[in-house]
Design a protein around this ligand. Structure first.
Ligand SMILES: O=C(O)CCC(=O)c1ccccc1C(=O)O
Ligand SMILES: [Mg+2]
Length: 330
């Protein structure tokens, strides 16, 4: 566990930015992000706005880890990444995919509140159609289905040849039941766990219960690169590193984790800067020919200024860091 520096050391170098999104994601058109620097470099603190201190504090631990600790050694210099397709209309799929240079894997959001299975089928069909038969297509339901809905939806969607289905149901118990139901019906679509790992008090329960074939691992909610790496090792499942829709500061930490994993059998969800219309670094961590180079660019003063949040939002984030810092040191 990272030693927590004094609060002033975080606040003194902290910048709060509000970066416009290209497409609505998690219901928002702006992504608010705080970054600060320490002896090892910059760290990103950007828990979603509704997260309370106990959960957001893990994100602060990850940002502190990035700025004060060193990262594990890399076993690769590039990381293959997937295109991320938000819950857009099928007609908008080609424009979304066009942003991702050379990505042969796409992750498609499904089970969005207010939409139907027909919307998901249309969107996944459009992705398969745009990318061709050789592409890998995975879905992410963010826990939006019951076991019965998930079994029915995955059975229908499997017609488009799915690489895996991420967090089809919310609970670990449901994932266990779903895997049994799919096996009974002869539907061979692997199940990946995301929220069941990153939002759980015990991130290894998924693996122990046999609730997933694949572990999705995110640096920020799991408290930093080293902590996420050890969770991945203990889970013992094939691991996919993903982002939380971060600036390049957060993506650099995800790349460090993906670069340190002994095996990386699937493309990682780290190409999310393509969903954003700005960044805090000039040379953004975006894919070229389907992979992102493992490096750690520095924020630029001009971009931190260009995207700076208004005084009210900045004050809100400074208070949030203060609260999370208190939580970590309590
Ligand atoms: O994995 C990806 O392709 C991109 C990251 C992503 O989908 C995501 C981004 C922010 C919050 C939640 C999620 C998620 O995987 O559920
Ligand atoms: Mg997910």
């Amino acid at each position: 566990m990272t030693k927590v520096p004094p609060l002033a050391d975080l606040l003194d170098s902290m910048h709060v930015v509000s970066i416009p999104m290209q497409v609505r994601f998690r219901g928002v058109m702006h992504r608010e992000i705080a970054v600060f620097s320490g002896p090892s470099g910059w760290g990103e603190f950007s828990p979603f706005l509704e997260y309370a201190a106990p959960e957001a504090s893990r994100w602060l631990a990850a940002a502190i880890d990035a700025a004060w600790q060193s990262w594990p050694s890399a076993v690769r210099h590039t990381v293959p990444v997937n295109a991320t397709v938000p819950a857009v209309a099928a007609a908008d799929v080609p424009a979304v995919l066009a942003r991702y240079d050379g990505c042969g894997t796409a992750k498609v959001k499904v089970a969005e509140a207010g939409q139907s299975l027909a919307d998901d089928l249309d969107r996944v069909a459009a992705v398969r159609e745009t990318m061709g038969a050789a592409a890998k297509v995975r879905i992410d339901a963010n826990g939006g289905w019951s076991v019965d809905d998930a079994a029915a939806a995955i059975t229908r969607l499997s017609a488009y040849d799915l690489e895996y289905a991420e967090q089809p149901c919310a609970s670990v118990e449901e994932l266990v039941d779903l895997r049994k139901a799919l096996a009974r019906n002869g539907i061979d679509v692997p199940i990946a766990a995301d929220e069941s790992i990153r939002k759980a008090t015990d991130p290894l329960r998924v693996a122990r219960m046999g609730a997933a074939d694949i572990a999705v691992v995110k640096v920020a909610p799991l408290g930093g690169v080293a902590s996420a790496l050890s969770i991945a090792a203990d889970a013992g499942l094939p691991t996919v590193v993903s982002s939380a829709v971060d600036s390049s500061v957060g993506i650099a930490a995800g790349l460090a984790l993906a670069a340190a994993l002994p095996d990386l059998p699937h493309a990682c969800g780290l190409a999310t800067l393509e969903l954003m219309a700005g960044d805090v670094v000039g040379d953004s961590l975006v894919p070229q020919s389907g992979s992102i180079e493992v490096r750690r660019p520095e924020p630029s003063t001009e971009l931190l200024h260009e995207y700076r949040a208004n005084p009210e939002r900045t004050a809100w984030w400074r208070q949030r860091v203060t609260d999370c810092h208190a939580h970590l040191t309590a």
